[in-house]
Design a protein around this ligand. Sequence first.
Ligand code: FES
Length: 330
Amino acid sequence: MSSTFEQATTVEAAMLSLTVRNKTEIAQEIFLFELVSDTQPHLPAFSAGSHVVVVTPAGLTRRYSLCNAASEDGRYVIAVKRDAQGDGGSVSMADRVQVGDRLLVSRPENYFPLASNLSSCVLIAGGIGVTPILCMVHELLARKIDFRVIYCTRSPETTAFLEELSAPELAGRVLIHHDHGDRALSLDLAPLLAERASGAQLYCCGPRPLMQAVRDMTRHWPSSVVHFEDFGTSPHPAHEHGPDQPFSVRLARQNLTVNVPVGVSILEALRGSGVSVPSSCESGTCGSCRTGLIAGVAEHRDFVLDDDEHGKDIMICVSRAQSAELVLDI
Ligand code: FES
């Protein structure tokens, strides 16, 4: 008998109730879910790079990129990596959701869109970060735009969409690299990104170390053509920045000071004080929460700002302070 993982909260009332038509383990601990509506043949449209928010059986909401072609309007396809070390959302999807179950799913949103004026692009995926990249591959093929894919995983067994990305029509365009869990065997990105084809843009989705490596290897590319996505799934290891410290932010235009404790972002602290600031991804990749930095020393943890922007702006969803106080242009 099927079950329904629906929770009637106000926020979720606007969500779609979709049925799981297929569930397949496509790689070790990675599950593909095909979601359809019992009542609507056409689902709300999406574009490459879009994601949906799913209410998992554990009651936690999780964002998952859509990986099927955006031209398909009758289904959403997501892939979920079962993370036994996580907080239970992905495990509940992998272990408890069965074909025929219904899930509450948001309308698609896109913080990671392909540019409309692309002439060529480089797509870089790490692990389950391949999901929006696969959707982009579909779109780029349809738009006849030149691209290449660099896809880094641990091993063939843990590689989602290995068959699709090894298809003859993609021959010569896709480089799949396995490091077998050994950082010494990580792909050297430097020679691959040394030269930028005229007009090329880069899209990268994967774990934070991969995004950091791509960021480092593309310092000579204009920052406006290098795009990142991680959904906040990559923790910010303490060894990268040192342990978090509490600090305060002074809002220069409001004569208000807000304390930011350990474990709370500036954005969350402001919200808690009734201060509304634009935001979307809350993972330091979309650029929505860019805020002017008037004084203080920030600890930048985003993938939006360049070095030359670090003195005057801060992404308040992820970045913190090295000084006891930051003064923000709010
Ligand atoms: S909300 Fe997306 S970068 Fe801060």
